[in-house]
Design a protein around this ligand. Structure first.
Ligand SMILES: [Zn+2]
Length: 427
């Protein structure tokens, strides 16, 4: 192991040492490190990608932690690019404003605020906002949009800086960041420091129930250190004087939960949803190892099925491209052994990714123009959790006879009906 990664031998939530490995995706490159040259092999470190289950609290976590400075100082995922996520942020801002009776004096702090997608919705509703985002490129974009952003990792020092400049927060939001955090207890303590005594901490994380139900192994990558059930989250919050008052499942990012917590002694009553979800986790057998080993078996089957299918098409002379150069897409391709010999290129709508190369397999990332020019027979939807949106985005490709391949949760090929194509295509 190099100096930028260390092995895990204790559970991040409960400190337990009984950690059972169940999913092993092999040695993987860092999937958010897009390459500017196709031959950058030597500069591309690989680390084991293996998931362990803690028998004490049911937290799943990676067996290694890669230095966050390596992972997050530049980050090429821009939240605002997804229409689905835009709408999701709007709904969250509206519902919190209503339920918390937020007024224009109230402060909303977002941790890992990315390009400010979520904060812009709160600002539009009239609240004061403050972002905290360690990736310089993203913090700059947010600032340019008029969203004050502190370019730091979230910890007690950052909490103090926010409080000094803006006061206590009525709402602290953190979407898709807790899974990235090694020092989970320190993170929660810092939230508690900046939170108003009657405020709420609202966070969203990919939900392990969905991971297991739909075999979402491609959400496993080095940035995602933890894979949460509600049970270990509740334990981590309670250990730091916070209480879960609501938990809600929803569909974004392949399946997530939103958890709302307040400082112990706050005025909100816990909803029945909290106990109901923990009961569901138990009923699904997720406090035991067997369900996890079964999931790992299904992962192997997906690899087998997808690689046989696509390599078979290629063998018959079909042209295949992929769409959505996301981190998860890279895991899927690398784990399934799919590279330039099967797939010609990856289309992505993010200008910052175009012209670069996918880590590991070194596939070129191109704009949609190339899709229309090259007209591949099949388009593998790597960001399959946004499949509907992606098929709409590439409607023209479908009308010209192209087929989409959705790899997860089950291999599926979708085509526009010949009837519809005839009506839409000019003769
Ligand atoms: Zn544990």
């Amino acid at each position: 192991m190099t100096g930028i990664a260390r092995n895990i031998n204790k559970c991040r939530v409960c400190g337990g040492e009984d950690l059972v490995p169940y999913l092993d995706l092999g040695m993987m490159p860092l999937v958010n490190r897009y390459l500017s040259r196709p031959d950058a092999d030597a500069a591309e470190p690989r680390f084991p990608l293996k998931v362990l289950l803690c028998r004490g609290c049911s937290l799943s976590q990676l067996s290694v932690v890669v230095d966050p400075k390596v992972l997050f100082s530049e980050y090429d995922y821009y939240s605002s690019i997804s229409q689905t996520f835009q709408r999701h942020c709007e709904l969250l801002a509206e519902s919190l404003k209503r339920e918390m009776n937020l007024t224009p004096e109230d402060l909303v702090v977002e941790i890992a605020s990315n390009d400010g997608c979520m904060l812009s919705k709160f600002k539009a509703l009239g609240m004061r906002v403050r972002g905290v985002e360690p990736a310089k490129n993203l913090a700059k974009v947010a600032e340019a949009r008029g969203l004050p952003t502190l370019c730091e990792f979230w910890d007690s020092d950052a909490a103090k800086m926010v409080e000094a400049s803006d006061g206590k927060a009525k709402v602290v939001v953190a979407t898709n960041v807790l899974a990235h955090v090694d020092d989970l207890h320190g993170f929660i303590r810092a939230v508690k420091e900046v939170l108003h005594p009657q405020g709420v901490f609202v966070f969203e994380v990919p939900y392990m129930v969905h991971f297991i139900d739909r075999t979402e192994f491609d959400t496993t990558y080095h940035e995602h250190l933890s894979y949460f059930l509600l049970r270990p989250l509740q334990r981590a919050l309670e250990a730091n004087g916070m209480r879960v008052i609501d938990a809600l499942e929803f569909a974004i990012h392949g399946g997530s939960i939103r958890v709302i917590a307040q400082i112990e002694g706050g005025n909100l009553q816990p909803k029945s949803s909290v106990q109901e979800l923990i009961r569901l986790e138990q009923e699904k057998g997720l406090f035991d190892t067997a369900a996890y080993f079964l999931c790992a078996e299904r992962v192997k089957l997906i690899r087998e099925e997808l690689s046989v299918f696509l390599k078979g098409l290629k063998g018959r002379g079909r042209k295949i491209a992929a769409y959505g150069a996301s981190a998860k897409g890279n895991i899927l391709l690398n784990y399934c052994g799919l590279g330039p010999e099967t797939i010609d290129f990856v289309v992505d709508d993010t200008p910052a990714k175009q012209g670069k190369f996918y880590p590991g397999n070194h596939l070129p990332i191109v704009s949609k123009d190339v899709l229309h020019r090259e007209k591949p027979d099949y388009l593998l939807l790597l960001a399959w959790n946004f499949a509907d949106e992606l098929m709409k985005n590439t409607a023209e490709y479908g009308l010209l006879g192209g087929r989409w391949v959705i790899p997860i949760p089950a291999l599926q090929v979708v085509a526009v009906s010949p009837e519809k194509r005839r009506h839409a295509t000019p003769e």
